[in-house]
Design a protein around this ligand. Sequence first.
Ligand SMILES: C[S@@+](CC[C@H](N)C(=O)[O-])C[C@H]1O[C@@H](n2cnc3c(N)ncnc32)[C@H](O)[C@@H]1O
Length: 324
Amino acid sequence: MYCGTAEFVCAPSAVRHIPVLLNECMGCLQPERGGFFADLTFGGGGHSREILEASPENQLLGMDCDPDAAQRASVLCEEFSDRFQFHDRSFSELNKVSGANEFDGVLMDLGISSFQLMEPEKGFSFRLDAPIDMRLDPRRGIWAAEFLETASEESLIRAVREYGEEKKWRRVVHAIISARGTGLLSRTISAADVVSKAVGGRSPRQRIHPATKTFQGIRIAINGELEALALRLPQAVNALKPGGVLAVISFHSLEDRMVKRFMRKLAGRPEHKHDSRMLHERSVFGEMVTTKAVIPTKEEVESNPRSRSARLRIFRKTKMEEIV
Ligand SMILES: C[S@@+](CC[C@H](N)C(=O)[O-])C[C@H]1O[C@@H](n2cnc3c(N)ncnc32)[C@H](O)[C@@H]1O
């Protein structure tokens, strides 16, 4: 069993990440039946632990592109030594660490964990002053400050308008370009101020910080999160055994739409309203376990507000053939 190579860095001990839609995920993965599972977005290991504790028969492969997740995984490595393996790598490398038709269940819980959000050095939060970094894997890619200073106007628009879904995107993009060279775009709080002023500040009734959407868009852009998801969903299904289940939790409408369309297509459903092909003309690799996205209960949202935008979609593979 492999338990990661990253140098362990202590996360602030007071921070906890509460796993989202935990019961709903277990309901569809059914880890109590015993099997081999993969948690491709290990984070704090909340879902992983639940799977490992559900049956002494269970084996679990955990992955996370953030090297700090390896420190949290080391706790499970000690506790479940012969049943748990962890790789501090992106899930895009799944096929390097596993073969096809291996897993009874694969989980992807997208986005970032509370550990990442609350770690100032990671530069995700507009509440904690630090260099604005935002890379999920600090070993790769450009940091957000560099993106803000150098990205083309087109890339900024895509980040703020499309990925951030910021209605006042024109003003935000203009403000970012105007702030270039002033040093304001290099740190979280000063960059958030630039965005906040551009959208007219925070109104008394506004619950979320005015920079929330723009920060989300920048994070998605610099980490190539949508591109990674589009490329890796087929790989995740190929890694399942026939009968195995893929569960994906997303927090962004673009991600959720991508997951929904992907699963519909594999289930042989029309890809869009005008798709008039008959069922036998479409390839069918499995079925959608629920037609609608599973959302958190009112109680879960009250106890964990971070869960409010979570959407869980579930697909069961029925065919052995690989998706290309
Ligand atoms: C919402 S958290 C997962 C929380 C986890 N389910 C738990 O219960 O603690 C998402 C995690 O996915 C990781 N992640 C995001 N994109 C990834 C990728 N392409 N490959 C591997 N991990 C990724 C992030 O680093 C983060 O730790």
